[in-house]
Ligand binder design. Structure first.
Ligand SMILES: [Zn+2]
Length: 87
């Protein structure tokens, strides 16, 4: 009788692992939600070239000498780079 119970446990484990294996192939888990992300803020940043305020998440970010600059468009970024290259 004990051997039968042991056998059933083994069969169940194999079945369980197989089920997990199959579901892992056919139904890949959705990526985990990042729970600890800071809340999205509509913080405004100033474009140093044209002076426009742009939402941080939409701004073009450019890092220079450890400082971050935010631009409303690629054009402004290019102007900024040119200005810095000149002087
Ligand atoms: Zn701009």
């Amino acid at each position: 009788m004990q051997r039968l119970i042991f056998f059933l446990i083994i069969v169940y484990l194999i079945y369980y692992l197989f089920k997990r294996f199959v579901s892992g192939i056919f139904r890949p888990r959705p990526p985990k939600r990042q729970k600890h992300l800071p809340p999205i803020t509509d913080e405004l940043v100033k474009d140093p070239v044209c002076g426009t305020y742009v939402p941080k998440k939409e701004a073009i970010v450019y890092g220079r000498r450890g400082k971050l600059y935010y631009f409303c468009s690629k054009e402004c970024l290019e102007k900024f780079k040119q200005q810095k290259a000149k002087g």
